[in-house]
Design a protein around this ligand. Structure first.
Ligand SMILES: Nc1ncnc2c1ncn2[C@@H]1O[C@H](COP(=O)(O)OP(=O)(O)O)[C@@H](O)[C@H]1O
Ligand SMILES: [Mg+2]
Length: 204
């Protein structure tokens, strides 16, 4: 059995977590990898129904997502999570617990607040900036970017296909998914992924 893993997206609202998680899911299914997506917006309707956006409730929400992701990944599946997960300490706590039996791949969707406000996919930034939404991450609530993510996607500056390519390449290099010989990556991009993983202590 191939080693299971958690692909943990983190980033501000509108930074591309849901978009990329669905794209990765599709590609992994094509390659025969068992996969489940735990999307923050959806989890808040069932597993975390009733939780709000205080620090305590956010932490509880992330711990629940982390717990389910751990259960899936330790049975050889891939669990993709797509929640803002603003606090570094809680993400690192989940990382530690997942890494007991599976791999943890943190994917940071990096996008400037200016770009997010300009895009405003869900119309939430406009409201948050007008003071109509309290505790809005990046506007009136903290976001702590990861210090050593396995992969960074600059979603304000690159296409979602480019972001997807880098994520798949990272998973391939970590030997978590089968290689797709037909996929095309530039030598430059491949070298960039390899460098990041080497710096983090992966790859011999
Ligand atoms: N490189 C990229 N990766 C992901 N999404 C992107 C990228 N470039 C542009 N987008 C767009 O940004 C938006 C991201 O929205 P969404 O995935 O719902 O964000 P989130 O789930 O983080 O709140 C989508 O409209 C998507 O098409
Ligand atoms: Mg989303």
């Amino acid at each position: 059995m191939r080693k299971g893993f958690v692909l943990w997206f983190t980033g501000l609202s509108g930074s591309g977590k849901s978009t990329l998680s669905k794209m990765v899911e599709e590609r992994l299914l094509e390659r025969g990898v068992p996969v489940e997506v735990l999307d923050g917006d959806e989890v808040r309707l069932n597993l975390s129904k009733g939780l709000g956006f205080s620090k305590e409730d956010r932490d509880t929400n992330i711990r629940r997502i982390g717990y389910v992701a751990k259960l899936l990944s330790r049975n050889g599946a891939c669990a993709i999570t797509a929640a803002i997960s603003p606090y570094r300490e809680i993400r690192d706590e989940v990382r530690k617990s997942v890494q007991e039996r599976a791999a943890f791949v943190e994917a940071y969707c990096e996008c400037s607040i200016e770009k997010l406000v300009e895009r405003d996919v869900k119309g939430l930034y406009k409201k948050a900036l007008a003071g109509e939404i309290a505790n809005f991450t990046g506007v009136s609530d903290p976001y702590e970017p990861p210090l050593n993510p396995e992969v960074v996607c600059h979603t304000g500056e690159e296409t979602s296909e480019a972001s997807l390519g880098r994520i798949l390449k990272t998973l391939e290099m970590m030997d978590l998914i089968p290689k797709d010989p037909s996929a095309e990556y530039s030598a430059e991009e491949e070298a960039e992924v390899a460098k990041r993983l080497k710096d983090l202590g992966y790859l011999g």
